[in-house]
Design a binder for this molecule. Structure first.
Ligand code: 13P
Length: 259
């Protein structure tokens, strides 16, 4: 049985895609479609340079708008970086931390993760902390070990009372942008590992509160199946979140027939 004690959370990560006009167009369409939001939480993670405009359009709707990365200091000589307080100031209410592209393309080390999650919480941004193994790690049966190591760093400064503001995304690196999706069984096992780890670290109440999203080649035709997996509380969508005609069916995964 799927545990729906946690509100489903469907998030789009636009990465370094779209232009300003397309971002605004898309957010308008999603906002129009979403109405009062009702029983699900929906958010987009837009390029930082467009956040002020996107949040202005999203205003008055339950849509969340977030940044894709932050640095963990408030000020200083950190050329090219953005502070959590800056994203908050332009209206963002959430942020991704430790996305696989940050870890693997930009070589962000585990050591930064706990401080990034902490500053997000302290500056009133809702973090989605991303974890996930590479193909080599999966083949070497190291998935659990990698997830636990990443959780260890990201949760370093998290307290049980932060649980309702924190989300984890399980994004197997080999499934991102590849068209390969984790099978429901793989997703289920990884989510179970993550929730068990959280329970041991922060207690059962926190573990039952924190939502764990799945990400990696989520499409309209697999969203329903993934959301049916026990312990999958939502979806973090890349490519398919960049067009209304693919993102909206994912948001409404349970409201229509899958093809
Ligand atoms: P895709 O949905 O394009 O595989 O990207 C997933 C992702 O990285 C979301 O953060």
């Amino acid at each position: 049985m799927t545990n729906r004690s946690r509100k489903p959370y469907i998030a789009g990560n636009w990465k370094m895609n779209l232009d300003r006009a397309k971002c605004l167009d898309l957010i308008k369409t999603i906002k129009g479609r979403l109405g009062d939001g009702g029983d699900r939480e929906v958010a987009v993670f837009a390029p930082a340079i467009y956040l002020a405009d996107v949040t202005a359009v999203a205003q008055g709707s339950p849509l969340g708008v977030g940044g894709q990365n932050i640095w963990y200091e408030d000020n200083g000589a950190f050329t090219g970086e953005l502070a959590a307080r800056m994203l908050r100031e332009v209206g963002a209410d959430r942020v991704l931390v430790g996305h696989s592209e940050r870890r693997h393309v930009f070589k962000e080390p585990d050591e930064w993760m706990g401080r990034k999650v902490r500053i997000a919480l302290d500056r009133d941004l809702l973090p989605i902390y991303c974890v996930g193994e590479t193909l080599d790690e999966r083949k070497a049966n190291r998935t659990d070990r990698v997830l636990k190591r990443q959780l260890e760093s990201g949760f370093d400064k998290v307290r049980p009372e932060d649980a309702h503001r924190l989300t984890v995304a399980y994004e197997p690196v080999w499934a991102i942008g590849t068209g390969e999706t984790a099978t429901p069984e793989m997703a289920g096992l990884a989510h179970k590992t993550i929730r068990k780890w959280i329970a041991q670290r922060l207690g059962d109440t926190a573990a039952n509160t924190i939502r764990i999203l799945y990400g990696g080649s989520v499409k309209p035709d697999n969203a329903r199946e993934l959301m049916a997996v026990d312990g999958v509380d939502g979806l973090l969508v890349g490519g398919a979140s960049m067009q209304a005609d693919t993102f909206i069916p994912i948001i409404e995964y349970d409201l229509r027939q899958t093809p």
